[in-house]
Design a protein around this ligand. Sequence first.
Ligand code: MG
Ligand code: MG
Length: 279
Amino acid sequence: MSLRRSIYKSPAQLRAMVEPGLITAAALDAARALIAPGVTTGELDAAASALITARGAKSNFQMVRGYRHTICASVNEQVVHGIPGDRVLEPGDIVSIDAGAEFKGWNGDSAFTVVLDDPSRPEVVAARRQLSDVTEGSLWAGIASLVTAKHLGEVGAAVQGHIEANAPDGGYGILREYVGHGIGRKMHEAPSVFNYRVSDPGPEVRPGLVLAIEPMVVIGDQATFIEDDGWTVSTTDGTAGSHWEHSVAVHDGGIWVLTAPDGGAAGLAPFGVTPVEIV
Ligand code: MG
Ligand code: MG
């Protein structure tokens, strides 16, 4: 007998996911506010951790087996799952921060990328900023596609389409081994959310679907390896990576980005989409 949960949540369950989403956003803001040359990734972790605790929530990353930290901090050729610690941020670094909060048994999950300024390497900084901008844009394209998508596969097509249309000559690599996911009682739930076109149309997009969409994009080839720490995912060719993520709910009235305080209004505006609050 299968006890598997439906991937579609009730209106009451969607409402319960608003607060963990906002706490996740605030935790990321706390880390973002500190990002500067000379700061360690461990200090960013401490700031996010303190915020989550102060809001009466728990770090859901610390509930991942074997992981002891609140954030992942991935720098330069590291794309995702970088471990925070003594590493000191330097001018020109591209830094992706990922975090999530569990509040009253419901989860949020979100990530962003920042590129530190470096006047001595303007071309490097510009290329990394373009990578981050295109990756963020592909996230919003994927989120916006939920308004009209019949099936989940259309989200991956929208993400990949945005990257292909906006990457510089030569294109970007999209990680294939790591994908987005459903989110709810657990941080990682079915279904998988691909950041690229797949032949399977996937499950229906309809009210109750809550997804963590998270494109992971690199300047060079998509091939990655796991570093000796057992976690950090880095590009094989050493080129820089970017990771952006939001948790988003499809509900009766429309879509709402749970991990954005404005519900995603600013990010969705270029796509002509207005988020609708969950009531
Ligand atoms: Mg995440
Ligand atoms: Mg995630």
